[in-house]
Design a protein around this ligand. Structure first.
Ligand SMILES: NC(=O)c1ccc[n+]([C@@H]2O[C@H](COP(=O)([O-])OP(=O)(O)OC[C@H]3O[C@@H](n4cnc5c(N)ncnc54)[C@H](O)[C@@H]3O)[C@@H](O)[C@H]2O)c1
Length: 323
């Protein structure tokens, strides 16, 4: 018998149309399983064809979610100048009984949505529940998905968006105003996107030796920040001002530090499994500055990809291939 697997292109994955609220609850369930020590997830091995480029293997197994597989994901900041996506790659899903692969899918959509969802899960524990304004710095795909995720958890009234490219930030403001039905204002000064925002997302290029922009004193007391681009956007002095800095996985944070990242970033006091599992406290006072520096984990992808597969099968999307 020839075993079949389902191939889902980026368009197929988008056509599934999984909503952000579902992605957030799947990612949170993944972290609950991690908190209960029921996730297997070795740190990402990778190859690095040029200094800021990477191709990482991200395997994970989440038993109760019947999820096993790997994401093979590449990223290169030079791609936008080539008209190519910064982040691209494939997810392979394996049957947890037989270990046979049963799906291969483009990872771009899931990577954007699950990263936004991880920001939102972190914000549930670390941001003020009455947060009403957001600042987005770098208006690419992550800027969009992180804003969508925050808007599904908080009653946002005002968004300020900055990107180094004026055309990109203006398009983002128009599209996200229409999508969310709130005022999204493009600004030409990164400081303006930080100083009056309750929630700040930085999602620019991820650099091993960054020349950061955000200075100490810009972020207001009581605000929450999600550094999707690691420490690339925040000066060490600004990072030192946080009352609480969390990550998504201690082991992977220290693995990155051994590879040369996070040389001037304080040690995270908690990871997302500890916050979701209530082993560590989240925000304690309204005036704390808090940060999530989530690295992006294989468990985020594995929590979401099987649901994309199930809905694709139900709708007859994708292309069946012989193994
Ligand atoms: N932590 C995670 O889990 C995770 C997951 C996926 C991607 N990422 C990172 O998120 C970042 C964004 O990815 P993406 O897919 O949205 O890329 P993208 O190419 O869609 O967006 C990047 C944006 O940054 C803008 N930009 C470049 N330099 C800037 C600067 N100095 N200031 C402001 N804006 C600037 C570009 O104009 C572009 O709009 C990358 O660094 C990527 O590695 C992190």
């Amino acid at each position: 018998m020839h075993h079949q697997l389902l191939y889902l292109s980026r368009a197929d994955v988008e056509a599934v149309g999984l909503d952000m609220a579902t992605v957030i609850s799947l990612v949170e369930e993944g972290f609950r399983e991690k908190a209960a020590s029921r996730v297997e997830m070795p740190p990402k091995p990778g190859v690095h064809p040029s200094p800021d480029a990477f191709i990482h293997a991200m395997p994970a197994y989440i038993g109760r979610m019947k999820a096993a597989g790997v994401k093979w994901v590449g990223g290169n900041p030079a791609n936008s100048a080539r008209g190519l996506p910064y982040i691209s790659g494939l997810i392979i899903l394996n049957d947890v009984e037989t270990c046979l692969p049963y799906a291969v899918m483009d990872c771009t959509w899931i990577t954007g949505y699950r990263t936004g969802a991880a920001t939102a899960v972190s914000a549930k524990y670390l941001a003020r529940p009455d947060s009403r304004s957001a600042g987005i710095l770098a208006c690419g795909f992550q800027g969009r998905t992180n804003l969508l995720a925050l808007a599904s958890v908080f009653r946002l009234e005002r968004v300020v968006a900055y990107d180094i490219d004026a055309g990109v930030r203006d398009r983002f403001a128009a599209e996200m105003s229409a999508a969310l039905g709130i005022r999204v204002q493009a600004v030409n000064d990164p400081r303006a996107a930080v100083v009056s925002s309750d929630l700040v997302v930085t999602s620019g290029p991820l650099l091993k030796h960054p020349q950061p922009t955000i200075e100490a004193g810009w972020l207001a007391p009581g605000a929450f920040a999600s550094a999707v681009d690691f420490d690339s956007y925040w000066t060490p002095e600004a990072l030192a001002q946080f009352d609480r800095l969390a990550t998504d996985d201690h082991a992977q944070f220290h693995y990155y530090r051994r590879m040369g990242y996070f040389q001037r970033t304080p040690d995270p006091y908690a990871d997302l499994g500890e916050l979701v599992g209530h082993a560590k406290p989240g925000r304690q006072r309204p005036d704390e500055r808090t940060m999530a520096m989530n690295l992006g984990l294989a468990l985020d992808d594995m929590a979401v990809a099987p649901e994309v597969y199930r809905r694709a099968v139900a709708r007859g999307l994708g292309t069946w291939l012989s193994l």
